[in-house]
Design a binder for this molecule. Structure first.
Ligand code: ACO
Length: 332
């Protein structure tokens, strides 16, 4: 699916919030559980530390402060929201949805609320979906959350996955604006590659007890990621008739520094236009792009008028890019 949205009414992000759990887990700590080292992890992934939720925390607990901040920045309250989507593969539970739990906690009593499953690409999918609802007049104001507690589904005996992931969530408010806003989306999925990155024992298909953790063919995912980050971005830029030189800020999914470096080089994005948080947070799945947006807002790099390109990829296998002309000042 690929589209420019220049014909629709302008819709943009007017509020942004993020939250990571307080607990920092370093590479050295993980080396106490599996045969790995800080040196290996930093060299192969760029990850130095990640955050992990406490036992008492569920995704909704981590996401709630992000939602509160996003609403406050947009000058809204929960009751003003009529659409709440949570993109995640680690909801509090299968049902009720984490979106419904958050809607209750936020007083969003008028909101349609549901979770969306598209792996690490979930946030970009949810942006596209909520854009469509707001631009089409089905919803007035949407709250979109991207967040995961992947630490809950990791095998602490598997060094090939344990070191890669972390926990965190971000939230954005979408509403109609006078000008600027979303420019286009490109989304896709390839189910044939699904078993390169999967969580077999997590649904109605029965598996052994041992299949309840993330399983990954790292090399296949690496090949997919390096190809699709570039292809999706190039396809969307071509469709929108925008040159990569016009992109002020590039926010790729934060899976691995080597994957990001490859995409950045191939696309020809100068390194000072790339937002990186994988070193501090690891791969936070659908939290990675909104967390990076919040980082860029906090350090003053995300400014009104800038063209921002976000590209996600992940389990499914899925991918998605969104291009937005940023509307609002959000520096802390
Ligand atoms: N510590 C030490 N050694 C390790 C570790 C570890 N944590 N993990 C794997 N190794 C070993 C392997 O066992 C292998 O040993 P062997 O040669 O004796 O068999 C060796 O390191 C090399 O393994 P490779 O898989 O070739 O290592 P590679 O350089 O490809 O890096 C990695 C592995 C980091 C997993 C890489 O393949 C990768 O990043 N893949 C993409 C993963 C990813 O991004 N997943 C999520 C994306 S989608 C989403 O976000 C949900």
């Amino acid at each position: 699916m690929i589209a420019t949205v220049s014909a629709g009414r302008p819709v943009s992000i007017t509020g942004l919030g993020c939250k990571v759990p307080d607990r920092i887990v370093t590479n050295e700590e993980l080396a106490k559980f599996v045969d790995t080292s800080d040196e290996w992890i930093v060299e192969r992934t760029g990850i130095r530390e990640r955050r992990m939720a406490d036992d008492a925390e569920a995704l909704s607990d981590v996401a709630l402060p992000a939602c509160v901040d996003a609403l406050a920045q947009a000058g809204l309250e929960g009751a003003d929201i009529d659409l709440l989507i949570v993109a995640t593969v680690t909801p509090d539970m299968a049902f009720p949805s984490t979106a419904a739990i958050l809607a209750d906690k936020l007083g969003a009593t008028s909101a349609a609320a549901y979770d969306l499953s598209a792996g690490c690409t979930g946030f970009v999918y949810a942006l596209a979906q909520s854009y469509g609802m707001v631009a089409g007049g089905v919803a007035k104001r949407a709250l979109v959350v991207g967040g995961d507690l992947l630490s809950r589904i990791l095998d602490w005996d598997d060094r090939s996955t344990l070191v890669l992931f972390g926990d965190g969530a971000g939230a954005v408010v979408l509403e109609a604006v006078p000008d600027h806003g979303f420019v286009g989306f490109e989304l896709g999925a390839d189910g044939a590659g699904g078993q390169s990155l999967w969580l077999p024992g997590s649904g109605s298909r029965l598996f052994d007890e041992s299949e309840k953790y993330v399983k990954m063919n790292g090399r296949e995912v690496f090949k997919f990621a390096t190809r699709i980050l570039v292809q999706s971005a190039e396809d969307l830029l071509a469709k929108c008739e925008v040159s990569i030189d016009d992109v002020d800020l590039y926010i790729p999914h934060q899976a691995n520094m080597r994957i990001i470096d490859h995409a950045t080089r191939k696309l020809g994005v100068p390194s000072d236009r790339v937002v990186i948080n994988v070193d501090r947070y690891g791969n936070t799945s659908s939290g990675s792009i909104p967390l990076a947006l919040a980082d860029a807002a906090a350090d003053g790099r995300l400014r009104p008028g800038q063209l921002v390109l976000m590209t996600g990829m992940g389990a499914g296998l899925t991918w998605g890019s969104a291009l937005i002309r940023w509307t609002k000042e959000m520096a802390a």
